[in-house]
Design a protein around this ligand. Structure first.
Ligand SMILES: *Cc1c(COP(=O)(O)O)cnc(C)c1O
Length: 226
């Protein structure tokens, strides 16, 4: 119990330190605890230590944890890639999807988001490093995709997401793109920064960091996670 709470505290201090160094309010940076591959019991520990937003990468794995942890009031974020055969579950169960990279998936999510729920919060994932191995749309495709997301009734465009290699110039590019989009949309979320690079991301304006290892330790094999 003490470990997760202590890790969370250390991460909160890193966030606060990075925010202060950048002249930013620490409260302007949201912490999403990325719990993929980790057991529900560890999520419970983090929840007991005050954490409310959790990120998962695999829809099926996440759905099992949601069932097991129902009633805790967790805000679930999908941070991993989303295939079209999983959009119905994702639309019904997550509050946020960070990994939008196609119009097709966005349209399905809007059609499938239950009327009983608030619009689904979406981020357009951008591949700012241009590496073929990284997911996301090219920077110049971000604006057209953002326009589509913003036009769909059951979605709420909130901003951009990047998985960068830990290099500050990439984060700076993301920030510029984000600021350009802010001229056209009411968006408030720039999701970038993980365990290794949260300080650089916060220095470049991240409003949401996705932290796994620094809270939960090394990831386990997916098969044993549920
Ligand atoms: C796993 C994952 C994270 C967390 O990474 P850590 O290095 O463990 O902090 C963040 N974002 C995405 C998209 C991930 O898949």
């Amino acid at each position: 119990m003490a470990t997760i709470a202590a890790n969370l505290q250390a991460v909160r201090e890193r966030i606060a330190g990075a925010a202060a160094a950048a002249g930013r309010d620490p409260a302007s940076v949201t912490l999403v605890a990325v719990s993929k591959t980790h057991a529900g019991s560890l999520i419970r520990e983090a929840h007991a230590a005050g954490q409310r937003a959790f990120g998962e990468s695999y829809v099926q794995e996440a759905a099992q944890k949601m069932d097991a942890l129902r009633g805790l009031g967790i805000e679930w974020h999908l941070v991993g890639p989303l295939q079209s055969n999983k959009t119905r579950i994702a639309a019904a169960r997550f509050a946020w999807v960070h990994s939008i990279q196609s119009e097709r998936i966005a349209r399905r999510l809007s059609e499938q988001r239950p009327e009983s729920l608030a619009p689904l919060n979406l981020l357009v994932q951008v591949n700012v490093s241009g590496e073929a191995s990284k997911a996301g749309v090219e920077p110049r495709a971000a604006l057209p995709l953002a326009r589509i997301v913003a036009s769909l009734p059951r979605l709420r465009l909130r901003g951009l997401m990047a998985i960068g290699e830990p290099r500050r110039p990439r984060f700076a590019e993301m920030r510029k793109l984000f600021e350009r989009l802010q001229g056209e949309f009411e968006i408030d979320t720039l999701s970038m920064g993980m365990s290794e690079d949260m300080e650089e991301a916060i220095a470049e304006g991240a409003t949401l960091v996705r932290i796994g290892g620094a809270i939960f330790g090394a990831r386990r094999a997916v098969e044993t996670a549920a």
